[in-house]
Every structure is written in structure tokens, then in C-alpha cells.
Design a protein around this ligand. Structure first.
Ligand code: FAD
Length: 339
């Protein structure tokens, strides 16, 4: 008998699951359908710089952060090495992290990136003077950006070539799908707040500016602002406003971003503004990856697997999280085969 799987949400989290699941079950009697209200270029990730780096991910366990983000880092590295960088939007970049909070410069993921090296007091002193901020810790390392405006179409191509189907639709309740699908995977990001009534989900608003600054290849961030080069533009950021649903551009935030980034790198003053954008990160105390059983009208059990709440780390963790989801799907499929 054919089993049917629905994945709700075509952001970076849902599409990563869609690819892993459709490719794993490609030659089995399993249909996979991706159902979403919005698609690229209108998902949250599309506005992001796609910098690899666990950020605003609540109290998610360090072991999980490391496992998921390491797998994503390796995924980007493999694609980059194998000639896919231009197609998938992957760049290898140097990152300088500066902070007044020593724990920020001693992250659990320091061994995942390349060449993580704490900054010396002399370097901190020099940068503190340059930026007029008293830094107490910092590090240099090399990592990737993976730009979702390239990554998402790439994942969609892989999903379709593995036989995946796509449906553009808003899902108001799992009840709409329980009769048609054996397994439902909930990757709705902040949409889960209403879909599953999760009070722990909260928006963390982020505003950024995309500028033309072709001379910047170095990413720099401190506790307030960041500068991240992408392939065509440079992203100047940014805000992290908890429980703020405003998706309009705030003039005060625009000024904060331009002035903070010019302290980090005065040359940004000469950059031309291409676009400003504000998006809502799906913030949660921890990322939720968990299976639940729901019942149809005639009492049949259906598995719903949740995968949402990635905060400011969706691009960083999505590929790794999709592996955990695939394991839960495999368990559910083998249970159903035994029945
Ligand atoms: C300013 C900013 C900068 C960022 N920078 C980075 C960065 O550099 N690196 C990084 O790792 N992360 C970054 N992030 C975070 C990252 O963008 C998010 O973690 C990520 O996009 C979350 O992905 P998602 O797929 O869970 O959610 P979304 O991208 O929001 O996708 C959710 C999907 O579900 C669909 N959906 C929702 N509800 C329903 C429903 N009821 N029915 C049908 N479909 C539904 C939506 O239409 C959408 O397709 C940034 C975020 C912001 C705002």
C-alpha cells in the first residue's frame, strides 16, 4: 500500500526535510507532498544573509546545536568543494566575532568552523579603539554563507527530481490533512504559533539593509551590529526585537544599523542601499523536533512530526535537523508496515 507524507512549510527547514525524505524513499511506495502558503523568495530565510552560526536558538541543548549545525556545515562544505557553490549560493568567508560577553566568544560550536582562534588582548585593544567599544573577547574563524535565495530553488529542484509533489495552500488545521496523509511534518516556522497553538513560539524581529559594497569580503559582528558579505550585496544588520510583529521598515532601526555598521567599518558609509527588509525569526525556548499521534474522525492514528522554532539559526541547522526528522519518519513508516 502507498503511504503518503505531507510536509507543511517551504522555508529552509521544510525544504531540507522534503529533500531528505523524498530522496530516502525514492524507490519505495511512498508519496511525498510539500504543502505551503509561501515559497521562495517570500519565506523568512530569503531575507537572511544565510551566515552559518548558531544564534538566537534559546536554550536548545549544546549537543543538538553541535550535531545539527555540524551536519549543515559539512553539507555546505561538500557542495562548495564539488563545484556547486555558485548554484547553491555558498561562499567561504572569514568572520570576526567581537563581544563584551566572554561566553559569546567561547561557543560550544568552536570546533565546527575552520580555524577558530581567540583574539589576543592586543587585537581586542586595537579593535576596541577603532570601534569605540570596549570589547572583552573575540575570535576569528572561517565559515560559510549559504544564501537561501539560491539554496531554496536548488533544494526544490532536488525534491522534484526525487518525485516530490508541491501544493500551494494554507493549512488551517491538521484535520484538513489527517484523512489523506499517513505522516504530517510540521515545518511552519512562526506559523506553528497558530497552527498548533504553541505559546512558547514568539517572533524575534530582525531588520537588515542590503547594500552594494563590492570591496567587502570580511564578515564582522559585535553585540549590536553585523556586516556579512553575500555574492551580490553586503548585509548590514541588525535588530533582534522579541515579540515584535512589525514587518515594516523602522526609520530608527535603519539609522541604528547604518551608524553601528559604520563604526564597525567606516567604508560602509559609501555603500549604496539596494534594499531594506524586516522579517520575523521563529523564536522558541528550544527547537521543537518531536513526534505526536493525532486521530482521524474514524479513530485512525496519524503521526505528526514537529520541526520548528529555529530562531536565528534556521539556515545553520536545517539540514542537520532534517536528519532527525528522517529518523522519526523511518520509525513511523516501519511501525505502519508492521500493523
Ligand atoms: C533579519 C534576519 C536575519 C537572519 N539571518 C540568518 C542567518 O544569517 N543565518 C541563519 O542561520 N538564520 C538566519 N535567520 C533565521 C532564519 O531566517 C530562520 O531561522 C529560518 O528562515 C526559519 O526557517 P523556517 O523554514 O522554519 O521558517 P520560514 O522560512 O518562516 O518558513 C515557514 C514556511 O511555512 C509556511 N507556513 C506557515 N504556516 C503555514 C500554514 N498554516 N499553512 C501552510 N504553510 C504555512 C510559510 O508559508 C513558509 O513557507 C535570519 C532571520 C532574520 C529575520
Amino acid at each position: 500500500m502507498v503511504q503518503k507524507i505531507a510536509i507543511i512549510g517551504a522555508g529552509v527547514v521544510g525544504l531540507s526535510c522534503a529533500v531528505k525524505i523524498s530522496e530516502f524513499f525514492q524507490n519505495e511506495n511512498i508519496d511525498v507532498c510539500l504543502i505551503s502558503e509561501k515559497f521562495t523568495p517570500n519565506t523568512t530565510g530569503d531575507g537572511s544573509a544565510g551566515l552559518w552560526g548558531p544564534y538566537l536558538i534559546g536554550d536548545t541543548a549544546a549537543d543538538n546545536i553541535n550535531k545539527w549545525s555540524k551536519e549543515s556545515h559539512e553539507f555546505f562544505h561538500d557542495l562548495w568543494k564539488n563545484g556547486k557553490a555558485a548554484e547553491v549560493g555558498i561562499s567561504l568567508i572569514n568572520e570576526t566575532l567581537l563581544t563584551q560577553k566572554p561566553e559569546v566568544a567561547n561557543p560550544c560550536w568552536s570546533q565546527v568552523v575552520f580555524g577558530f582562534t581567540p583574539l589576543s588582548y592586543k587585537q581586542l585593544d586595537l579593535l576596541s579603539k577603532e570601534h569605540s567599544v570596549r570589547y572583552t573577547a573575540g575570535a576569528n574563524y572561517v565559515t560559510f554563507t549559504c544564501e537561501p535565495t539560491y539554496l531554496l530553488p536548488y533544494l526544490m529542484r532536488r525534491f522534484k527530481s526525487a518525485g516530490g509533489k508541491v501544493l500551494e495552500k494554507r493549512v488551517n488545521s491538521f484535520d484538513d490533512l489527517l484523512d489523506q496523509y499517513d505522516i504530517i511534518i510540521n515545518c511552519t516556522g512562526l506559523g506553528a504559533k497558530t497552527l498548533v497553538n504553541d505559546p512558547k513560539l514568539t517572533p524575534i524581529r530582525g531588520q537588515v539593509a542590503r547594500v552594494e559594497a563590492s570591496w567587502i569580503f570580511q564578515s564582522t559582528q559585535n553585540d549590536n551590529n553585523y556586516i556579512i558579505p553575500n555574492m551580490e550585496t553586503v548585509i548590514l544588520g541588525g535588530t533582534a526585537q522579541v515579540n515584535d510583529y512589525n514587518e515594516n521598515i523602522s526609520d530608527d532601526d535603519s539609522k541604528f544599523i547604518r551608524s553601528g555598521c559604520s563604526d564597525l567599518n567606516p567604508s560602509t558609509v559609501n555603500s549604496t542601499l539596494r534594499k531594506e527588509w524586516a522579517g520575523l525569526r521563529p523564536g522558541r525556548d528550544t527547537v521543537r523536533i518531536e513526534a505526536e499521534t493525532f486521530h482521524t474522525g474514524n479513530g485512525k492514528g496519524r503521526t505528526v512530526i514537529h520541526n520548528y522554532g529555529h530562531g536565528g539559526s534556521g539556515v545553520t541547522t536545517a539540514w542537520g535537523c532534517a536528519s532527525d526528522v528522517l529518523e522519526l519518519v523511518k520509525e513511523s513508516v516501519s511501525l505502519k508496515c508492521k500493523l
